[in-house]
Design a protein around this ligand. Structure first.
Ligand code: AMP
Length: 364
């Protein structure tokens, strides 16, 4: 079986690695000749809109999936007319635009921070009147890892934020002084069967995920699952879906969804019965889904902008190292380590040792 993947980054690489024992091969489309996934499968190198390459992908693959939200919509629709594409183009169209995404959350009665679309400087003033202070101005599309967003704390911030981000449609959101951030990773098969991984508690630094901790039995689990279930059913979704939330008191406010495998689910590689990567492949290929329970206490630390020496990582009890093979650059995710242990306290100790090895040494 061959799975076509749009994008050749680490998520594509980890999908391909998960597929290998199952006899699944992956074929990637990426404009970069040194896309890191090439170590784990065949790379078609070229533009995402190149019809010749899209035809190759459609001819060779049994199903096509993607590892990022900013796939050109026309390319996905072109592919979808020739081969099965999961998750479907409808899910991607919603997830690639923060305004459409939040509209869908609201339509499905999934709480969100207050939000207003902003297309002009005058719109921004009106939006601030609705949303209040502080607020976050974000680009509606192409933003990830905290890029394309500015926090507005005082009137003087509005001009600077607008001139930095304008030129593309924007959204203003209320700034949430959250207690913690959590995400739910869900998987749905074409049959409608749904499974959920334990709720994950996440810590971000400068908008980039730094650490995740699996929280089996977390009291917010049922609510997060119910919200994810609404999205999966509404979208007729096939594959893995991640939904990120802010928790404030007893409220969960949806921040965004990712129609793909997600960084906050990397702990599942060693920490769950079936990893998010394997379950995504199973779902899109119509194979039976695997169990999603945690096999131990588990968590993950991202290596961003620097990669510690492997002996130092491997010396941490319960740690498993994943190196993506990317050129080091400030702010770039170069690898991660998962930690698994019988008790959560041991995992937390391992995560803090792992974080100390690469504590955002690039100064971000
Ligand atoms: P995002 O790209 O929307 O996932 O934002 C990246 C990170 O920035 C989030 O995980 C939060 O830590 C922070 N952030 C984004 N939006 C808000 C908000 N409305 N209120 C508070 N923090 C936010």
């Amino acid at each position: 079986m061959i799975v076509g993947i749009i994008g050749g980054g680490q998520l594509a690489q980890m999908l391909a690695l998960a597929g290998q024992p199952l006899g699944i091969r992956c074929l990637f489309l990426d404009p970069s000749a040194d896309a890191c996934a090439r170590s784990a499968g065949e790379l078609l190198c070229g533009d995402y809109a190149d019809e010749r390459l899209l035809d190759r992908l459609a001819e060779c693959a049994h199903v096509v999936t993607y590892e990022f939200e900013n796939v050109p919509e026309a390319s996905l629709r072109y592919l979808a007319s020739r081969v099965a594409v999961h998750p479907g183009p409808g899910a991607l169209a919603v997830a690639r635009d923060r305004w459409h995404e939040k509209r869908l959350f609201a339509d499905l009665s999934i709480p969100t921070p207050p939000f207003v679309a902003v297309d002009s400087r005058a719109d921004l003033d009106r939006a601030l009147g609705v949303v209040g202070w502080p607020a976050v101005l974000k680009t509606r599309t192409m933003g990830y890892d905290g890029k394309g967003q500015r926090v507005l704390r005082q009137a003087a911030d509005a001009d600077a934020a607008f001139s930095a981000l304008s030129g593309t449609p924007l959204i203003l959101e209320g700034f949430v002084a959250f207690d913690r951030e959590v995400s739910i990773i869900a998987v749905r098969a074409a049959s409608g069967e749904m499974r959920f991984y334990p709720l994950t508690e996440n810590v971000h630094r400068n908008g980039v995920l730094a650490q995740s901790l699996a929280r089996p039995g977390d009291p917010m689990t049922a609510r997060a699952e119910a919200y994810a279930r609404r999205l999966l059913e509404h979208l007729g979704y096939v594959g893995v879906l991640a939904v990120e939330f802010f928790q404030k008191g007893d409220d969960l406010l949806a921040n965004e969804m990712a129609p793909r495998v997600h960084n906050s689910g990397h702990w599942t590689i060693e920490g769950a019965e079936t990893s998010q990567f394997e379950n995504h492949l199973r779902a899109v290929l119509g194979l039976p889904l695997g169990a999603t329970h945690a096999v131990a206490a588990a968590g993950m630390v991202n290596f961003v902008g620097c990669l510690p020496e492997s002996p130092a990582v491997l010396a941490v009890p319960g740690a498993h190292l994943h190196v993506y093979g990317k050129e080091p650059r400030p702010g770039r995710k170069l690898g991660h380590a998962t930690a698994r242990a019988p008790r959560e306290a041991e995992v937390l100790a391992a995560l803090s040792r792992l974080r100390a090895l690469c504590d955002f040494a690039d100064g971000r």
